[in-house]
Design a protein. Structure first.
Length: 255
């Protein structure tokens, strides 16, 4: 006969505490003495008790889930981000619920709306090209949101990204210092804020160079074969680029 699953009442009885104390330990909602906390965790381990995270989320109106929405997970950079977020969440007793927007604003808002139905405690968003409707949806839901990597014109949420202008300026100046006078910057999504920032910094560094330097921006597109033909055309010129800067690891893998 199949043994019944242990309940919170079984944990309380084994730990010799009240059900409320077990609940406080599980939800970290109230200060519990270290001795009682240890007894509760020991009872949970001995009984093999698994808390019902969905029920906990319904009671708190938020689960210990963090929603993560990314354009894709195929690049090395985004894959590394996922690993870091997973590790941080696990260390703090949270779980990551991940969805992909495919860089499409309509898919993004649909997928984020699905995350909100799970009553996530917060959201991390690497946004699509036009995330404004998604940001409005999250703002109306009152869920904390952090925008990562791709900054956007929205002051309502915290944003974490690189200093793209500084990094691009440094890269360009180093290439110029090495003697390069024909630069090519290959981008995938020229409309992104970070791409525009990089292009502006590239041109600023070129214009400030002590000797004449030419710089060109090439959009790689979504197809590797098409990109290969575009790049071949550029490289067949009488004065081809002597240095190429690429905007992400995917483009680098096509080179």
């Amino acid at each position: 006969m199949k043994r019944p699953k242990p309940t919170i009442f079984d944990v309380a009885q084994r730990a010799d505490v009240s059900v409320g104390t077990v609940s406080h330990v599980l939800n970290d909602s109230c200060k519990v003495s270290e001795g009682r906390r240890l007894r509760v965790h020991q009872a949970i381990k001995e009984l093999g008790y698994l808390p019902n995270s969905l029920a906990q989320g319904l009671r708190r109106q938020r689960s210990r889930l963090v929603g993560l929405c990314l354009p894709h997970s195929s690049s090395a950079y985004l894959a590394a981000l996922i690993d870091v977020f997973e590790e941080i969440a696990a260390n703090r007793g949270y779980e990551i619920l991940q969805v992909l927007s495919r860089n499409d604003p309509l898919t993004e808002i649909h997928r984020v709306r699905a995350l909100l139905t799970h009553r996530v405690g917060g959201l991390i968003l690497v946004p699509s090209f036009e995330p404004h409707q998604t940001c409005q949806l999250v703002a109306e839901a009152g869920v904390p949101l952090v925008i990562v990597d791709r900054p956007c014109d929205n002051a309502r949420f915290d944003q974490v990204t690189f200093d793209n202008r500084a990094v691009m300026g440094e890269a360009t100046r180093r290439l110029i210092a090495l003697g390069h006078r024909q630069l090519l910057f290959v981008v995938r999504f020229p409309s992104l804020v970070i791409t525009r920032q990089r292009i502006e910094s590239l041109l600023d560094a070129v214009h400030a160079a002590p000797r004449p330097v030419a710089a060109e921006v090439l959009e790689c597109g979504e197809d590797e074969a098409i990109f290969g033909r575009r790049l071949a055309t550029v490289m067949a010129r009488p004065e081809p680029p002597t240095a190429i800067i690429v905007s992400n690891s995917m483009i680098a893998s096509w080179m």
